[in-house]
Design a protein around this ligand. Sequence first.
Ligand SMILES: [Zn+2]
Length: 237
Amino acid sequence: MKSKLPFMKQKETSLNIPLNNDFNLDDFAEDHFGTSYDTPLRPDAFELDDKQKIEIIESHFREIMTTLGLDLTDDSLKGTPARVAKMYVKEIFSGLNPANKPVARLFENKYNYQEMLVEKDITFYSNCEHHFVPIIGKAHVAYISSGKVIGLSKINRIVQYFAKRPQVQERLTVQIANELKKALKTEDVGVVIDATHLCVSSRGIGDTNSSTGTANFSGRFNEEKVRSEFLNYINAR
Ligand SMILES: [Zn+2]
């Protein structure tokens, strides 16, 4: 599929990266490239159940903390490995498991509303897959009804589902757009995301002011008039 990222600012990225012998893994992570629009999952990703995953992650996280020199017998620290493991599996990475995908029910568009529907400022918390630190942002979503409409809370849930994965922002944008197109049975979908990456602001180059914009427009959102109507709506405060 062809995606358009017309007004990315600051850290512009592309998913069409040439992999050659000079390829440097650190540059790769610092530039926040991703390799595909699908989250790279192993075929056996869900052979272990949540309980087994939590147990394994807990023991490995205990190793990480111990290796860092922390005293795991301290009352404040001793529960941390179990808490982190549970948080990973049940909360912040729960969107890896298709079993947690929201089911989008469609309703007849009774009012025959054929204009654009916009839901803006959907706050999400995701995590950068290169550093495992937060990406905090807002998603703005619009579509033109094909005769069916979706509950607004469902749009929010679709955003949250894909945010709860290790992510790169471009992939998150495309995954949300693709899911909405499928759920709404229309190509006329636009998604814009503006986000701050803590791996940029809290470490590395320590840039505390930058944010990253990504967008994905399909169908009628490729028309100048429709697209600017959406963007004007987002920018109206
Ligand atoms: Zn990162």
